[in-house]
Design a protein around this ligand. Sequence first.
Ligand code: SF4
Length: 63
Amino acid sequence: MTVTVDSASCIGCSMCAYAAPGIFHMEGRVSTVLPQPDETQFERAAGAANRCPVNAIKISKET
Ligand code: SF4
């Protein structure tokens, strides 16, 4: 699983970092994903992705 944030789309609302701390971290006004979460974190990552107002979070099954 690979989780990415499109930094060009991210508006820095912090919703993902609030919804899934430990996966998403705010660096200035952009969310980052470090380190990549393992498969057990999929539901939390997906929940945060669903909350993103600009759909900037993408989750791929591939690593
Ligand atoms: S929820 Fe979306 S727009 Fe908001 S900080 Fe996270 S990635 Fe950026």
